[in-house]
Design a protein around this ligand. Sequence first.
Ligand SMILES: [Zn+2]
Length: 247
Amino acid sequence: MLRLVNCGLRRYLSFEELEELPFVFHLFTIKQSGPALLTAVRKFPRETLLSCLGRTETVVPLKQLHGNSVVWLGKENRHEKLEGDGLLTLLPGVMLAIQTADCLPILVVDTKRKVVGNLHAGWRGTLRNVTGTAIREMLESGSQVRDLIVAFGPGIGVCCYEVGMEVVTAFREEFPESDSFFVSRPGYERKFLDLRKANHNQAIQLGLKPDQIFWNSYCTQCDRDMFFSYRREGARTGRMFALIGIQ
Ligand SMILES: [Zn+2]
């Protein structure tokens, strides 16, 4: 379950299920995570929230491309500018960072081999199966499917994610089962995409069981007090950060 945690006056979201894994540190920022987020958009509030938590790890961002390329972060590339929509690592001392404002941040963990990952999935990344790509990468590197955990952070809900027919058609071409990812609503011509369901399905397709996948019911567009939303506020809105690392 995703719960609100306080550090002084600052708040963030954290999965109880991941807190039970002593080698994992993770969090999802919200508007209340630090004043820096409200003034300087897209700048991680290191001086506020992370200092409050006493964290000193290097935050490693990714130039996100709305695709499905997944990068392993190791000693050799830890200081490089990385591009893609998924980061995986076995390296302690770093925090993998994904920024979103409606797209879905997705954490992946191998609980045995101690691998962590952070993914960015909007409709484009979901269509290109960034979740499946990351899980496949982990399996190919030696992970066992039974040891994996997937956790969805806060993103836009099916209540709000209205999409055009071209999105529905693109999904149909890629995933025969994709009609179940879309919801029709009386009075609306267009359909609504359930990003979590689509990404859940991609994990299930690779053998994960539903109890290895953690959901939440926050919607970034509905909840203006907690979240920035690209759809609600436009491109100049702030960003939330999902962080995960090995401690
Ligand atoms: Zn909503």
